[in-house]
Design a protein around this ligand. Structure first.
Ligand SMILES: CC(C)(C)[C@H](NC(=O)Nc1cc(F)cc(F)c1)C(=O)N(CC(=O)NO)CC1CCCC1
Ligand SMILES: [Zn+2]
Length: 197
């Protein structure tokens, strides 16, 4: 999985192919490998050993495979509380992840008029440079996709989950995050835009 291709590789600018159903074993295994890559990258010990940046999402084109497959793994934050002795106590989240899935042929079927952007801007596993600016995305988006059993799913996303999934769906359509930064004023905001921190 360390063979993540970098910007400049034409595959990142292609519109990837829809996957066929029933899924081939190859496409099922590929999805599992992508999700495992994200798990490994979020495990400090493994990430340190493999020199990985903690990933929350990845798209098949980033592995030089031009197919409409994405994997997302968004961790829920743990709570830090103080006990009666004033000691900090770490409370693990009820659910480890707010999103943990492989999506086949995902697409945005509807979205809010309102935009949103991460206040910190975005990066990308395929981009080895910092590109400042607000990446203008939909604040809320309804996503249709197929799961590995071939079931059609429809989910409504908002907040950070909406950002991650839009970032990955962009990859299977040949769009990079910096395409969505205002070239004249990278920190320009649109009417009513949400800034997520
Ligand atoms: C580019 C990189 C910095 C590695 C980014 N990671 C990331 O956001 N890590 C992260 C954030 C958390 F909130 C909690 C956590 F556990 C880890 C990322 O994976 N991506 C995915 C990517 O490049 N997919 O192609 C970029 C993000 C920018 C906005 C959405 C995804
Ligand atoms: Zn990316």
């Amino acid at each position: 999985m360390d063979d993540i291709i970098r910007e400049g590789n034409p595959t990142l600018r292609e519109i990837a192919a829809d996957v066929e159903f029933p899924l081939s074993d190859e496409n099922i295994i590929l999805g599992e490998k992508m999700l495992n890559f994200l798990r490994n990258s979020q495990d400090e010990v493994t990430a340190e050993k493999m020199g990985l940046r903690a990933g929350v999402g990845i798209a098949a084109p980033q592995l030089d495979i031009s197919r409409k497959i994405i994997a997302v793994l968004v961790p829920n934050a743990e709570e830090i509380e103080e006990n009666e002795k004033g000691e900090e106590v770490v409370i693990p989240p009820k659910e480890a992840y707010s999103l943990a899935t492989v999506m086949y042929n995902p697409r945005v079927v509807s979205h809010s008029v309102q935009d949103a952007a991460l206040a910190e801007g975005e990066g990308c596993l395929s981009v080895d440079r910092d590109i400042p600016g607000y990446v203008i995305r939909h604040a809320r988006a309804t996503i249709e996709y197929f799961d590995k059993e071939g079931n059609k799913k429809k989910i409504k996303l908002k907040g950070y989950n909406a950002i991650v999934v839009q970032h990955e769906i962009d990859h299977i359509n040949g769009i990079m995050f910096f395409d969505r930064i205002n070239p004249k004023n990278p920190f320009a905001t649109t009417e009513g835009m949400l800034l997520l921190d």
